[in-house]
Write a protein of this length. Structure first.
Length: 332
């Protein structure tokens, strides 16, 4: 089967280690299911792996791709919960299992014609979602859902700042927070992405670092160093900052005086549980929300997709199709 595999890592030339070639179809495994992939989507996690960030080289080669939607062995349409873990080891929350692994970290991922995952990780795909939409949800939208509702506990009327409008998690967070009745502010260096944020439900979208009309109750942060100071200054006393990524750097000034004096909360968040992903689907069904898809590409052209991500030219998700016949989601 055709697959996109990370064979080496480089901080300066990550795409040099990405190879699209035939690999063996996954074999049978007790408790696991084989999925014929119809669509998958690109995440920053894939790029971090190629750069050697958070992924030890001894785990190479490995098929990349964290998100997938397709058909199970019985021909049922499914989407894949990408966190492979034991909920009991995480005190009921699989994201807290010390041995948890996102798809493509310890097990071959979704940029392939076939994917093997624990059967528990399969979720029936609702008929109102296309395969492309379903493949755009688990990592980006699942992460945003957990940040907003589980970690921050937002309520209608809350003021929410989303940094870095345009990314997959950020675009999801804007839409979800607005649908929940929050007043949403967004930031971006790009004028086009700020305009897009307004169409997604943001009340205002400002240039990165620009002062907001008011302080906010919650900040959704995935950018890191470049926006951290602005995030802290934009947060009201007693407010909550939830961080699930740091694309611009991991070590901003902590500003501890502000944290303790203003009694602000900083919460980490990683991925989502299976039950949170199911709850997200119910929310989308009730509200009519759909993911933002920038474009689609065949698996053979995945290098182009990575380059668009590197250049910051994506707004929302880039969906990857393993083969032309599967783009239509036709059962085999």
């Amino acid at each position: 089967m055709l697959a996109a595999t990370a064979v080496s890592q480089s901080a300066t030339d990550p795409l040099a280690g990405l190879v699209v070639a035939d690999v063996p179809v996954p074999g049978p495994r007790p408790g696991w299911s084989l999925v014929r992939v119809v669509a998958s989507s690109l995440n920053m996690h894939d790029l971090w792996t190629l750069r050697g960030v958070g992924h030890p080289p001894e785990r190479l080669p490995i098929v990349l791709g964290c998100d997938a939607a397709g058909y199970d062995e019985d021909g049922n349409p499914v989407l894949v919960h990408p966190v492979i873990a034991d909920a009991d080891a995480g005190m009921g929350d699989e994201t807290l299992d010390p041995e948890r692994a996102l798809l493509s970290e310890q097990h071959n991922g979704a940029f392939a014609e076939y994917l093997s995952v624990p059967t528990r990780n399969l979720i029936p795909k609702p008929s109102w979602l296309t395969f492309d939409e379903a493949a755009s949800l688990p990592v980006a939208w699942g992460t945003a859902y957990r940040m907003l509702f589980t970690r921050a506990g937002i309520r209608a009327g809350d003021r929410v700042l989303v940094q870095g409008a345009g990314g997959g998690v950020a675009s999801a967070a804007i839409k979800l927070a607005a649908a929940a009745g929050a007043v949403v502010y967004a930031t971006s260096r790009s004028e086009d992405k700020r305009a897009q944020a307004l169409t997604w439900g943001a009340r205002a979208a400002v240039a990165t670092g620009e002062r907001l009309p008011e302080r906010v109750d919650v900040v959704i942060e995935t950018v890191g160093e470049a926006t951290w100071s602005h995030s802290m200054k934009s947060l009201r006393p007693g407010g909550t900052l939830v961080i699930a990524g740091a694309t611009s750097g991991m070590n901003p000034p902590a500003d501890l005086g502000r944290v303790f004096y203003l009694q602000q909360r900083i919460l980490g968040s990683t991925g989502c549980t299976r039950s949170e992903l199911v709850a997200l689907l119910k929310l989308m069904d009730a509200t009519g929300l759909r993911p933002v898809i920038d474009r689609t590409l065949p698996l053979a052209e995945i290098h182009k997709g990575f380059q668009l991500m590197i250049d910051g030219r994506l707004t929302g998700k880039l969906v990857v199709h393993p083969s032309a016949s599967q783009q239509q989601g036709e059962p085999s």
